[in-house]
Design a protein around this ligand. Sequence first.
Ligand SMILES: C[S@@+](CC[C@H](N)C(=O)[O-])C[C@H]1O[C@@H](n2cnc3c(N)ncnc32)[C@H](O)[C@@H]1O
Length: 266
Amino acid sequence: MQFREQNRQAWDHLARSGSQFAHVATDEECGQPLLSLDTHGWLPGSVQGLDVLCLAGGGGWQSILYAAAGARVTVADLSPAMLALDEREAARRKLTVRVLEASMDDLSPLPDRSFDIVHQPVSTCYVPRLKPVYAEIARVLRPGGLYISQHKQPTSLQIVDRDGRDRYIVGVGYYHNDPLPAVIDESYREDGAVEYLHRWEELIGELCAAGFVIEALTEPRRGDPKAKPGHFKHRGLFVPPYVRLKARRSEAKSPVAGRSPIWTPE
Ligand SMILES: C[S@@+](CC[C@H](N)C(=O)[O-])C[C@H]1O[C@@H](n2cnc3c(N)ncnc32)[C@H](O)[C@@H]1O
């Protein structure tokens, strides 16, 4: 089965079975939507009237908060069940959210330069190649537009198990291009989904090659010193699961640009 079809089915199932990633925005969060969305202060002081694309952001969280903050919101996602949550919550709160069933590597229904902000929660692990995703984001963003994203870190996806001394075992090669194998330690993996490891040269290098400048990078903490071995928060003490990026679509080509702006990882 193709990765898109399998991931659509997996996420439809996760949405219907109450996954933690299908939790909709609460009244409290909607009361302070920008604070809920943006603990780092990466967003502008107001998003009122801005065009925002929540990419692979179905589930009724990001889209609802941006709409509550006054943005014009489109949410593009592969899973109809995740998008149904956005539609349901928008209707319930009398907000306008446009939904689009699409894969992040083909946003052809969306015109060039139509968004000020693209916000993408953890999801690039569900496609084999990042280059087409970044190319689409660069195309739909206006020059100077903001791309805020979160991704799974490659080392975390290399872990397969824990040994008898509670040390984590790196059992998948760094250059693994195929779908990730089933693992014993399933922390930070989603049930039924096909996932891919993306190296740093893809996550960061290809983003720069697509015409973005990285303005900030953080590693959200998931570790807890009190967590017992076997708990995802124990593993999070040893290997950070995620990286969060703030990047900006460059305005124009710099006069001192290098000779080969289009760099391709081997
Ligand atoms: C971790 S959830 C993110 C949504 C959630 N609102 C959150 O706050 O984290 C990942 C999302 O990626 C979507 N997805 C998976 N593969 C995709 C693809 N190829 N194109 C677009 N969306 C995809 C899933 O349907 C799911 O809604």
